[in-house]
Design a protein around this ligand. Sequence first.
Ligand code: FE2
Length: 325
Amino acid sequence: MAVLGIESSAHTLGVGIVEKGKVLSNEKIMYEIGTTGIIPAKAADLHSGNIGIVLANALSKAGMTMKDIDAVGYTKGPGLGPCLRIGQLSALALSMRYRIPILPVNHAVGHIEATRQSFGAKDPIVLYVSGGNSQILGLVDEPFRHYHIFGETFDVGVGNMLDSFAREAKLNPAWGSSVAKLAEGGKYIDMPYTVKGMDFTFTGLLTSAVKKLGTNSARDVAYSMQETAFAMLCEATERALLLTKKNEILLSGGVAQSKRLGEMMRLMAESHAAKVFVAPNELNADNGAMIALVAEKMLQSGMKYSAKDCGTKQKYRIDTAEIRW
Ligand code: FE2
């Protein structure tokens, strides 16, 4: 049984095909964010102009035609409305044209479950860190099986904080990996550190870092902001780990690609004999296969949707998505 997944929640348009948990193809194109960040309407234009070719490439890489596809999954949310709608409408059209089931997938579940499956992790505490999200999650069974949010950012995601700082510091491309590069060899200067229980905030840290740009070296500011943000995430994750008595930590989402965050998390985990899994880059970056992998699980566990259940939801919270497998 082959399942096709379409991801279009932000800058990436991806189409992936999986069969029995194996990725057969995973094609994508990406909107160039340059120094301005994502302009949703422009990203959506790029997605709609390229969905045909990305779909054709994914099918040809998998050695298939649409007739070989048994179900189609798409990202319902969270994400940018204009971008989400391109994937959703494409999936609906394919589902109707080829009379195959359609499955609406939560984007965060896509990142996390694809990684959990690839490592065979059983029951991890998940630190999901991307542009728009920073959450500490874990599976609970009541009142239905889902990822409970143990802690999260009260304001922006850590990725947005890094991207905003990158724009202020005129880095190109204006995102976290450029900040990480700039931070290499920096010295620590004092920054505001805000953790409340298992929740945290980043705007105070961002404001302070941007202010300090005028009077300190950009390298020292980038280093200090990054160290502070990651230390906050480690502290909150440690608290969730001890509270739930779980013994695995899974880092997922774009910011999980940060080497420094992985290092700091491993140091913390060592003292609790917990394992740390970091999603490989191909699953951390938005892609269609992660959506297909979850859609396949949803299908196998008997989840069924009609066209009217298959809209988009810009603020689709992960704790409202059922994990039936
Ligand atoms: Fe993502």
